[in-house]
Design a protein around this ligand. Structure first.
Ligand code: NAD
Length: 294
């Protein structure tokens, strides 16, 4: 059994990004810049935005968090989106989801310039991804692809079962892994809450990607021996064993499953850090495109 460490892989990728940034600075160019827009005071969202700003500084990017009041109107938020679209010093920006009630999420996402949409949620970028054209791939699926690639996992001709069909994880991953590319060329089964015989389907998987948000859902009797298991799930599970009062758990029952697998990504320390790093990679891509750099 081999552990796919998202922490170690993301450290390597960040080092690569940092090196690239220093070559651009040596040529007299400015630093890449990512802006995160946060509306309201949702706890986890604040943590994510703070982490994104910190990641940027680690690799030599400029970054800024735009923190807007809980009662911000859709109109004001859309004005911020327009401002960031037009600002030549901003390579990419994200609007942290979820947005407070009363703001139409899809209207805001549609207003973002696809060339700066480093979250990859704009329909233009989803379309480009589906057609294999240049664009931005959403951060979590991009992170999973890097995990497979950098772990040397051969995906060609393999049966990949994905659990969960969300727009930000399962759906894009199903497209990426079915594409004629490396990683890719999988036979993909995309499963969801209405899927029948899920256990039998999972047992057929050479690569199993769990993204349903149910802690410990995947047990050892649901997997094929030697399979590759990628655990995307992140759930807070209450506990009285620490001060925080909760632990973070994935969708996979790691202790029982890990004995049987070929590769497995842990939670925490698996897909999470890779998602954060993918946002940096997308921002660097946006920067390079705007300067016509290779
Ligand atoms: P979501 O809630 O939008 O979608 C969940 C999906 O799982 C749905 O398609 C649903 O049909 C499916 N599902 C639910 N119960 C099921 C069942 N019993 N059997 C089969 N399918 C079932 O989820 P999401 O936003 O994609 O997030 C999924 C999980 O991944 C969550 O735990 C979330 O916190 C985590 N996540 C992690 C990262 C990361 O960076 N590691 C990023 C995004 C999401």
């Amino acid at each position: 059994m081999e552990i796919i460490s998202g922490i170690a892989l993301s450290r390597t990728i960040k080092e690569e990004i940092k090196q690239e940034v220093s070559t651009f600075l040596a040529k007299g160019l400015r630093r890449p810049k990512l802006v995160a827009v946060l509306v309201g005071s949702d706890g986890p969202s604040q943590t994510y935005v703070n982490a994104k700003v910190k990641d940027c500084h680690q690799v030599g990017f400029e970054s800024e968090a735009v923190r807007l009041d809980e009662n911000t109107s859709e109109e004001v938020l859309l004005a911020w989106v327009e401002k960031l679209n037009a600002d030549p010093s901003v390579d990419g920006f994200i609007v942290q989801l979820p947005l407070p009630k009363g703001i139409d999420e899809s209207k805001v996402l549609l207003a973002i310039d696809p060339a700066k949409d480093v979250d990859g949620f704009h329909p233009v970028n989803i379309g480009n991804m589906a057609l294999g054209l240049p664009g931005f791939v959403p951060a979590t699926p991009a992170g999973v692809i890097q995990m497979l690639k950098r772990s040397g996992i051969d995906t060609s001709g393999k049966h990949c079962v994905i659990i969960g069909r969300s727009k930000i994880v399962g759906m894009p991953l199903s497209i990426l892994l079915a594409r004629n590319s490396n990683p890719g060329n999988c036979t993909v089964t995309l499963t969801h809450s209405r899927t029948k015989n899920l256990k039998e389907i999972c047992k057929e998987a050479d690569i199993l990607i769990a993204a349903l948000g149910k802690p410990g859902f995947i047990k050892a009797d649901m997997i094929k021996a030697g399979a590759v298991i990628i655990d995307v799930g992140i759930s807070r599970v209450e506990t009285d064993t620490n001060e925080k009062g909760y632990i973070i758990q994935g969708d996979v029952d790691f202790d029982s499953v890990s004995e049987k697998v070929g590769f497995i990504s842990p939670v925490p320390g698996g897909v999470g850090p890779m998602t954060r790093t993918s946002l940096l990679t997308n921002t660097l891509t946006a920067y390079k495109r705007s300067f016509n750099l290779k």
